[in-house]
Design a protein around this ligand. Structure first.
Ligand code: CUA
Length: 316
């Protein structure tokens, strides 16, 4: 039976920061227990089926031999095909019913609400009551119940941080909520969990659970407008027709808000790291890095790219 579970363990072990078997909250621990119970249930059923196959093979009749018992096949169908599955599925269903309330969003308001909006293909993140808008790197205070309200501006996506809680669908015209309550400060990886087009796999995100005081400082900084106006190259290339930089004339919301883009560690929903070279690559050749993304590849003179990149690097 070991070989059956082994590939699963190896697969989840490859990125343990995105594994339900490495839970970091109470709901995630309940889901982890459910996962192991389901695996154990499946292995017991598989073992019984294999055992029956072996018994049937050993006791098979020779050609021309009369059958031992004509009612045998019916007993197997009613017992093994109806009664046993009903019992096994009822037990596992009972387990699911027990775990579901533990993973649901809290009925009332929590200390902090975060709005997450799915886009093809990145996550817009807003903090109601503040002007702060960011993308793909969601900061929350650790040890605090956070109500995450999830929706989308285009197709259905699904918000999933396996170490923190179950998945929740982002559905057009609807707001679904999930509670995130990270015990310890850490960076948790999340991923869109509903096929949403060409770059579905490049729709990842981080949840950064910071100590509450660190989180408050981060939010205060993120809420501030940009301190510098964009250079001529930024406007001439049309960057402002898709991106917002608060405190400047750029106020579009097709792509991520860039007001504090330099404070993020990744670009393009975790597709590439956020450093000078990758920012250059992203501007001149986004379609090679992330084909199908709304960000076009810009054929600009190197001087203009430098001017834009230098400006964006100052947006801390
Ligand atoms: Cu968004 Cu898959």
């Amino acid at each position: 039976m070991v070989p059956l579970g082994l590939p699963v363990l190896l697969a989840t072990g490859c990125n343990s920061n995105q594994a339900i078997t490495n839970p970091a909250t109470q709901p995630a621990r309940e889901i982890n227990t459910l996962w192991w119970a389901m695996l154990a249930g499946a292995m017991v059923v598989f073992a019984v089926v294999v055992a029956l196959l072996v018994i049937a093979f050993v006791r098979r009749g020779r050609p021309g031999e009369p059958s031992h018992d004509d009612r045998g096949p019916y007993k197997v169908i009613i017992g093994g095909g109806l009664a046993a599955p009903m019992v096994v599925l009822a037990i596992l269903f009972g387990f699911v019913i027990h775990v579901m309330p533990a993973t649901s969003a809290p009925p009332g308001p929590t200390k902090l609400t975060v709005d997450v909006i799915g886009h093809q293909w990145f996550w817009e993140v807003r903090y109601p009551g503040t002007p702060a808008v960011t993308a793909n790197e969601i900061h929350i205070p650790s040890g605090t119940a956070v109500d995450v309200r999830v929706t989308t501006v285009d197709v259905i996506h699904s918000f999933w941080v396996p170490r923190l809680n179950r998945t929740i669908d982002a559905i057009p015209g609807r707001v679904n909520a999930i509670e995130l309550n990270a015990d310890t400060p850490a960076r948790y990886r999340g991923q869109c969990d509903e096929f949403c087009g060409l770059q579905h796999a490049h729709m990842a995100f981080y949840v950064d659970a910071d100590p509450p005081s660190v989180f408050r400082r981060w939010l205060a900084r993120e809420a501030k407008p940009a301190t510098a106006k964009p250079p001529h190259a930024f406007v001439a290339a049309g960057c402002d027709s898709c991106h917002a930089i608060r405190g400047t004339d750029a106020s579009a919301h097709v792509g991520p808000d860039l007001t504090h883009v330099a404070s993020r560690t990744t670009l393009a929903a975790l597709a590439i790291p956020n450093d000078r070279q990758h920012m250059r690559d992203w501007i001149v050749d986004a379609q090679r890095i992330k084909p199908g993304a709304q960000m076009p590849s810009f054929e600009l003179p190197p001087g203009q790219v430098d001017s834009i990149v230098s400006y964006l690097e100052r947006l801390k």
